[in-house]
Design a protein around this ligand. Structure first.
Ligand code: ZN
Length: 272
């Protein structure tokens, strides 16, 4: 890829950072990040990754834009209501930054397609921007099996959490949360609500983890879970212990193929 004068100007605030420079910006332009879900978390994550010049961004979602999404899913606009979210997301990213190759997957992730999607562009990093436990466990297990780093996050009401998994460098999501709760045991955002900014705050942290991973900078949220309570404006970083017998990333895994956990009807339609 040629580094053009226009790129020099567009990314000048990155290039001036000695930790990034032209070399780092080239790494971003050559990097591939998959964003699963273009809702509350995925929308800001994908927009910041696009603005930063991540060269290939995959968007996965089977939903269409609903009026009730626009309170927080800022990648979509009122004119996009009814449009596939991946299409709307691609248009927003490319209007902002035509350097980005946006690859769209207009489908739900399932046990029988997620590895194909991850391997389609040999993505370097995956962002879990989904809103339901079956998808979160599926992304975790697929990333462990495909040896791919990913950022987990969840938001509801005034609370959020996020952690980063890098193969061989700390626990996976299943190490911490073991198994999905029974369907309908935990309320979704549709049932419980979510403050509009929660996805922006947590989704942007996910994007920063992806950028840091690609650039090889600083410390990632591996081995710890960051929780955020907006009402008390309280960020906490909880250190996660070693889990040796994890069912998927442990030395003797008992989960060796991907599982489609039961989703509630609400999960299926509920964007964060
Ligand atoms: Zn694990």
């Amino acid at each position: 890829m040629n580094f053009t004068n226009e790129m020099m100007e567009r990314y000048s605030r990155h290039i001036i950072l000695k930790e990034v420079g032209v070399k780092g910006q080239m790494k971003l332009l050559n990097a591939k990040v998959l964003v699963v879900g273009t809702g509350g978390l995925g929308a800001p994550a994908a927009m910041y990754l696009g603005a930063a010049g991540v060269g290939t961004i995959g968007l996965v979602d089977f939903d269409t834009v609903d009026l009730s999404n626009l309170q927080r899913q800022i990648i979509h606009q009122t004119k996009d209501v009814g449009k596939p979210k991946v299409q709307s997301g691609k248009e927003t990213i490319n209007a902002m930054n035509p350097d980005v190759n946006v690859v769209t997957y207009n489908e739900w992730i399932r046990a029988d397609n997620i590895l194909d999607i991850i391997n389609d562009q040999d993505y370097d990093f995956i962002i879990d921007g989904t809103d339901n436990f079956p998808a979160k466990f599926l992304i975790n297990d697929a990333c462990v099996m495909a040896k791919k780093p990913f950022s987990h996050a969840g938001i509801i009401r005034f609370q959020g959490q996020t952690m980063t998994y890098v193969p061989g460098e700390g626990p996976c999501y299943r190490c911490v949360f073991k198994n999905p709760p029974p369907p309908d045991a935990v309320p979704t955002c549709r049932q419980a609500g979510v403050l509009g900014v929660m996805g922006g705050i947590i989704g942007t942290i996910q994007a920063s983890e992806a950028l840091k991973y690609i650039l090889g900078l600083g410390h990632l949220l591996t081995g710890s879970l960051l929780t955020y309570d907006a009402l008390n404006m309280d960020f906490r970083k909880v250190k996660l212990g070693e889990v040796k017998d994890c069912a998927v990333c442990g030395e003797h895994p008992t989960i060796t193929k991907l599982i489609d956990y039961e989703q509630t009807a609400c999960d299926m339609k509920d964007g964060h």
